[in-house]
Design a protein around this ligand. Structure first.
Ligand code: ATP
Ligand code: MG
Length: 424
């Protein structure tokens, strides 16, 4: 036998069974954001490498070590998108969607990062993301967060996720804080690992994000971002908190929450679960008022989030919250005889017209009654319709119940639709 070619490590197939769960999740996501007036935007999977370098930041995990970057046949440097926000802003600028306008947008699709694959972390993964452009006030931060809370409700997992919240302040406040942090880190340089030492000067806030426990221990006494917050950002944050309180959404302020991307300012948040082990962040976002201008557009405030869809699906499966999945077929249509076999798809088409939503699988491949019933049993269908040449001539069809003890019956074809309508 020829050697089989394998999928790329960290890039998974999604098989029937799982695709049903995914479709259900996608439907809930789409319907929920539509109920808030958001519209879908679609953009390419491949973009100029510069787009991500300029937005996410040169000194970030993503740009330093995770991007799938390659030269195309023209020698241009292209990158498989590692996230959606930068692309959404690029598309918004390029198509004139952002300047002087409000836009509430969402997207969904594959992202690519060269990370070590493990549960909840893959090299091709999917994000559902949402971006709201044009409103600078905290009511919009609140809307975006309340929308995520509504999603957890719709998925039935509200009890298992918690909200962490922080404010990064203005760029100037962050600059001041950065200096204070570097001064502190310099005093403890012998306890820092290589990554943190390097980042201490290039992007010191990222040191706060370190997963190394020794570094985290040092950070316990580090100056706090909140002590350097500018008055306007503090007010913005207080207003957001007031709105979340009023809506009954609980949160914890986490002063070390800085997010791994450079473009955020003011509000940053994450929804975290204890039910998925180490990969516990299911949704992350924040405000990024400077990004549109940084990517060549006119200054436009914005706030958004991205949700890891694999982690969401895992969470639903882990917590048994997937709920009912629609049968793939309700009816298996078997036929005995040449005429019946030719008429079967015609009758199936009529029944699909008469009973909207019914799922009818038509037998193919011939074979005797026993073989066809075996197939019917293997399918999801709850009834088999059996069509024979003689019966067909009289306008009759036999109904056989596959999942309950009930006598089979022979009906006029015209009565079948009424019987099937009760199945769905
Ligand atoms: P992490 O700290 O887990 O690496 P991140 O900060 O890099 O996450 P973001 O860039 O904010 O993640 O992406 C938003 C969400 O996308 C994450 O909260 C997570 O749910 C999901 N996500 C990110 N990277 C992966 C991945 N490699 N595989 C699966 N999901 C991912
Ligand atoms: Mg990451």
């Amino acid at each position: 036998m020829a050697k089989q070619i394998q999928a790329i490590r960290g890039m998974n197939d999604c098989l029937p069974g799982d695709t049903q769960v995914w479709q259900k999740v996608e439907t809930i996501l789409r319907d929920t954001v539509a109920s808030f007036g958001y519209q879908e935007i679609r953009f390419p999977i491949v973009e100029s490498t510069d787009l991500f370098k300029r937005s996410i930041g040169e000194v970030t995990d993503i740009v330093e070590k995770e991007m799938y970057t390659f030269e195309d046949r023209n020698g241009d440097s292209l990158t498989l998108r590692p996230e959606g926000t930068a692309v959404c802003v690029r598309a918004g600028n390029e198509n004139g969607l952002l300047y002087n306008q409000e836009q509430r947008l969402w997207y969904m699709g594959p992202m690519f990062r060269h990370e070590r694959p493990q549960k909840g972390r893959y090299r091709q993964f999917h994000q559902f993301g949402l971006e709201s452009f044009g409103v600078a006030t905290a009511d919009m931060d609140a809307e975006v967060i309340l929308l995520t809370a509504r999603l957890w409700q719709a998925f039935g997992v509200s009890k298992y996720v918690r909200l962490e919240l922080n404010s990064l302040g203005s760029n100037q406040a962050r600059e001041e804080y950065r200096n204070a942090l570097v001064a502190y880190l310099e005093q403890h340089i012998e306890h820092l690992d290589e990554d943190s030492k390097r980042r201490m000067y290039s992007n010191p806030l990222r040191v706060l994000d370190s997963k190394n426990p020794d570094v985290q221990a040092i950070l316990g006494n580090a100056p706090k971002l909140s002590q350097h917050l500018d008055a306007e950002s503090a007010e913005h944050f207080a207003n957001l908190c007031e709105r979340l309180d009023a809506a009954g959404v609980e949160y914890q302020v986490n002063e070390k929450l800085v997010r791994g991307l450079d473009y955020y300012n003011r509000t940053v948040f994450e929804w975290v679960t204890e039910s998925l082990g180490a990969q516990g962040t299911v949704c992350a976002g924040g405000r990024y008022d400077g990004l549109v201008e940084q990517l060549g557009g006119k200054a436009t405030p914005a706030v958004g989030f991205a949700m890891g869809m694999e982690r969401l699906v895992l969470l639903l499966q882990e917590l048994d919250c997937v709920g009912d999945i629609r049968r793939t077929s309700d009816v298996y249509l078997a036929s005995l005889g040449d005429k019946a076999s030719i008429q079967a798809p015609v009758i199936a088409a009529q029944l699909r017209e008469q009973v909207p939503g019914i799922r009818i699988m038509v037998h193919a491949g011939g074979g005797n009654f026993k073989k066809q019933l075996k197939r019917a049993d293997k399918s999801d269908a709850v009834v088999a319709l059996i069509l024979g040449d003689d019966e067909l001539a009289q306008g009759l069809v036999t109904v056989k119940y596959l999942r309950e003890h009930k006598d089979q019956q022979t009906l006029e074809l015209s009565q079948v639709a009424t019987l099937l309508a009760d199945l769905i």
